[in-house]
Design a binder for this molecule. Structure first.
Ligand SMILES: Nc1ncnc2c1ncn2[C@@H]1O[C@H](COP(=O)(O)OP(=O)(O)OP(=O)(O)O)[C@@H](O)[C@H]1O
Length: 598
């Protein structure tokens, strides 16, 4: 239960709904109890009138007695109907308050979790799978909502109805009350047990279903690989196996569900039989009238559903507590990437890196080891190195996706940690290594960092600078062309260039290109770099690449190997040095020449 206490602040926020819900529950239950009493009075009246009527049968009184009797019954009928309608009206109001409250809280909770997720560092996303993140914001929140809505609603009903009905039953007849209520605890307990079995099996089905959908999703995303390796039959067989598992589990669930209702009905039937039997004996003994039996049968029926719901509510609360524990686990995660002074100023873009060392916390890999370099505002720096040499890690640290293990980064002479994180990131145009485009129009993808797109010419200019304008205008819908999931309608090189345009569009003070020209040919690469040189005038750029062709235009080049800087200088100076860079240059230009000759 304790994890659910965290929801009390939401319940407090919507207290008016809750209080009204409690009041409506109380009123609706009054309209449950009164009709039962009316039934008792009516039946006793019918029995008495009937014997009276028999006494005067055939006499002139009989006709009059009959019409009075019928009128009386009609009045009872109308009263009972009226009560039922009023009860229905209040039941409607209960749902409109308590269930509506649960929907409001569900909405708030989802938003709170989502915005909390967004605050968490990249490291958190590496540690937790996307499926898990999604499950907690959808399935777990739904389970918690079941507690806030139905469980609270039935719980309140139980707490109000029980004392009202049982208290009244005791006041009418104590032994009959005890006997008729005997099967109810058994009913509640068995429903609790069966419900838990149902939940356990449903969860297994849920897991099996998510495995099935992951399998299908992967099979369709990788359909090109499946087809080219002619693995369709294998894939079909695996699907068959996965869906058979799902079918078997579903059939096992159906078995338990099939037992559920007969069990409830049997126990309710038992209560009714005991009431009729014990009540019948008391009627014979003259202790009560016939009407009491009918009244008690109605009471037993009234209590059955709340008692049934007791088992159900208990298991909902248990499941909600488990879900809330999972939600709390993420809500308690704190971002350790913080700003010390929340400095929100326009930067010039000079970067100074001092003895930077970084060890990835989860893998323990030392990605950077004592790296130092200086880039003045407006200058360009190229970072060259083999795979895994730590190039992307530099970008991660400049973007403050992680904080350095030791060493410092200064922007405009101030420690990077003093800047407000959002304000800093807004001034950096980052082009990640693995391009991600949203399923949206090209315009919206390019204008993603702008918030609101007010000027289409900015988008078009960015597309021109990234050398993708001509491609875009040749699409049937031009800039309005929608990109499919992950931009599948674009080629690898086009995607990279749209991603560059997105970074350029927001006119950043620092442009960070993380190996994002790998999918374009050297000619396009040169065109893009030259265009960028123009727009990056007065702005700083860091070009990460493993191709020298990307690096040669930069003002300074650093060569990384296994997290260390092994060479640093201009293109010409490094060529003269005849070291690793010169070797690399030699090899890569040779290869490019061979490709051209071919
Ligand atoms: N999130 C991470 N968690 C743990 N280790 C990581 C993580 N990201 C990178 N590494 C490791 O850190 C080292 C440096 O990686 P980095 O991505 O900086 O290399 P890179 O030079 O950009 O390589 P590439 O050119 O292949 O992109 C590698 O050994 C890599 O396995």
């Amino acid at each position: 239960m304790k994890p659910l206490w965290r929801l009390n602040k939401y319940l407090y926020r919507y207290k008016l709904y809750l209080i009204l819900g409690i009041i409506f529950t109380f009123i609706s239950n009054i309209f449950v109890i009164i009709p039962a009493q009316l039934v008792r009075i009516a039946i006793d009246y019918v029995v008495e009138s009937f014997s009276f009527y028999r006494l005067y049968e055939g006499s002139p009184f009989s006709e009059e007695a009959r019409s009075v009797f019928l009128k009386f019954i009609l009045v009872f009928g109308v009263l009972i109907l009226g009560m039922a309608l009023l009860r229905g009206f209040f039941l409607f109001l209960i749902r409109q308050t308590i269930i509506a409250m649960s929907r409001h809280i569900e909405y708030d909770l989802k938003n709170d979790i989502y915005s909390h997720y967004q605050q968490l560092p990249l490291d958190f996303y590496r540690k937790n799978s996307t499926g898990d993140l999604m499950a907690r914001i959808t399935e777990d929140v739904s389970k918690v909502r079941m507690y806030l809505g139905p469980a609270i609603m039935y719980g309140i009903n139980l707490l109000i109805l029980f004392p009202m009905v049982i208290g009244y039953m005791f006041s009418v007849n104590v032994p009959l009350t005890i006997y008729s209520l005997l099967p109810l605890p058994v009913l509640s307990l068995s429903i609790y047990v069966v419900n838990n079995m149902i939940n356990e099996r449903s969860e297994k089905i849920q897991r099996s279903l998510s495995e099935l959908s992951t399998f299908v999703q992967e099979a369709f995303s990788g359909i090109r690989v499946i087809k080219s390796f002619v693995r369709e039959t294998d894939s079909g067989r695996d699907f068959h196996k996965a869906s058979e598992d799902y079918k078997d589990k579903s059939i096992r669930l159906t078995l338990v569900q099939s037992l559920f209702y007969p069990l409830i009905l049997a126990l309710i039937g038992l209560s009714v039989i005991i009431t009729v039997y014990v009540g019948g004996i008391q009627v014979i003994e003259g202790a009560i009238g016939y009407g009491v039996i009918a009244e008690f049968i109605l009471y037993v029926n009234m209590l059955t559903w709340p008692v049934t719901s007791l088992g159900w509510v208990t298991s909902i609360v248990q499941r909600a507590a488990a879900s809330q524990t999972r939600i709390n686990e993420f809500l308690d995660e704190k971002s350790d990437i913080k700003s010390s002074e929340h400095l929100d100023t326009v930067i010039d873009g000079s970067i100074k890196v001092e003895d930077l060392t970084f060890v990835y916390p989860d893998s323990g890999i030392k990605a950077l080891d004592g790296v130092s370099f200086d880039v003045e505002a407006g200058q360009s720096l190229a970072v060259i190195g083999t795979t895994g040499s730590g190039k992307s890690t530099i970008a991660n640290l400049v973007m403050r996706m992680y904080d350095a293990t030791s060493g410092k980064i200064y922007i405009d002479g101030r420690d990077i940690k003093t800047y407000d994180i959002a304000a800093l990131r807004e001034q950096i145009g980052y082009v990640p290594q693995d391009v991600f485009l949203f399923s949206d129009s090209i315009t919206n993808n390019i204008g993603f960092g702008l918030g609101e797109i007010t000027d289409q010419t900015v988008i078009e200019q960015a597309a021109k600078d990234a050398d993708v304008y001509d491609n875009i205008i040749n699409f049937p819908h031009g800039f309005d062309t929608r990109l499919g999931e992950r931009g599948i309608t674009l080629s690898g090189g086009q995607k990279q260039r749209v991603s560059i345009a997105r970074a350029v569009a927001k006119a950043p003070k620092i442009l960070l290109l993380d190996d994002c020209l790998s999918a374009v040919d050297t000619k396009t690469e040169n065109a893009i770099l030259n265009a960028l040189k123009g727009i990056m005038e007065g702005r700083t750029s860091i070009i990460i690449s493993h191709r020298v062709s990307s690096a040669k235009l930069a003002d300074i080049i650093i060569v990384l190997d296994d997290g260390r800087i092994i060479e640093k200088g201009t293109h010409d100076a490094l060529l003269e040095r005849k070291g690793v860079y010169a070797d690399l240059y030699e090899k890569q230009t040779q290869q490019a020449k061979e490709v051209e000759e071919d």
